[in-house]
Design a protein around this ligand. Structure first.
Ligand code: OGA
Ligand code: MN
Length: 285
């Protein structure tokens, strides 16, 4: 039997008593999915996984989505050789080359790969090396954010779509081959509804993805900017946020459809190494 211990905040729970390196039976998969749909972010501590085991666990939950290539994740090419299913998140530089994305600086609030038409439903992040302090990851509850909007705001955004920028990474790095955007109406990236209905829970949530170069279609730019600023402030209110402090061996699985995340900076003299997998989304919105 496993224990599921809610964080006590708006979202997040820890799952105790499960070795993710062992095969998952159908009943346990159902239990985990039910807990994940309810808590949006699940934390599993003290895991000992190699890449094959991380990918096998991911594949037992859903369909593994390949990692974006390194030009996309970090704005430059040439990451260390890892499985094409693995996204390396690290500040380590080996032989003059970065081995992963995001570096040591703060990563802005975002949801993964929302610049795609079909972003991954889940990201699963495994901590291999963590700094002594810093580099915490905060998550915010986009169901709660939607629910707290007043009726007038809900009416203003219902049926509207926004552009999710492709030109910048969530660490603020311009991707290879892209120019700075001077008019947000021309931002390359996917168009997603601001309000989406979660395909598994049927609950409505706000879907913002990333703020930089965002644009709500068909609005004057100034009105789009003002509305986006209001929505972003509403989504990241402290009462909707829960922060995870990493230990080596942690696996955190979050739902990109109804959660955004933000990473703190950490001391660049320290090393942090995480391997991430993704589960394919269904494009439903
Ligand atoms: C990610 C990400 C945050 C972190 O893997 O998608 O944003 O804590 N990582 O490294
Ligand atoms: Mn991310």
């Amino acid at each position: 039997m496993i224990d599921i211990i809610p964080s006590g905040a708006s979202l997040g729970a820890q799952v105790r008593g499960l070795d993710l390196g062992k095969p998952l039976d159908a009943a346990m998969r159902d239990t985990l999915l039910t807990a994940w749909h309810r808590h949006q972010v699940l934390v599993f501590r003290d895991q000992d996984l190699d890449d094959d085991a991380l990918i096998a666990f991911t594949g037992a939950i859903g369909e593994v989505q390949m990692a974006p290539d390194s030009d996309v994740t970090a704005g430059f090419g040439g990451f260390a050789d890892v499985s094409p299913a693995i996204t390396t998140i690290s500040n380590i530089v080996k032989d003059g080359r970065k081995i992963g994305a995001l570096g040591h600086a703060e990563a802005d609030w975002h949801t993964d790969m929302s610049y795609l038409d079909t972003p991954p439903s889940a990201s699963i992040l495994y901590a291999i090396q963590v700094p002594a302090s810093g580099g915490n990851t905060a998550f915010c509850d986009m169901y709660a954010a939607y629910k707290a909007l007043d009726d007038d705001m809900k009416a203003r955004i219902t049926g509207r779509r926004a552009i999710h920028d492709f030109t910048y990474t969530s660490a603020g790095v311009l991707r290879v081959g892209h120019k700075e955007i001077t008019d947000v109406r021309d931002t390359p990236g996917a168009r997603h509804p601001l309000v989406r209905t979660h395909p598994d829970t049927g609950r409505k949530c706000l879907y913002l993805g990333r703020r930089i170069n965002g644009y709500i279609l068909d609005l004057p730019v100034a009105e789009s900017e003002a509305l986006l600023d209001l929505l972003w402030a509403a989504a990241t209110r402290p009462e909707f946020v829960w922060e995870h402090t990493w230990q080596r061996g942690d696996v955190v699985m979050w739902d990109n459809r109804c959660v955004m995340h933000h990473r703190d900076a950490f001391d660049p003299a320290e090393t942090r190494l995480m391997h991430r997998t993704q589960i394919r989304g269904d494009g439903h919105s």
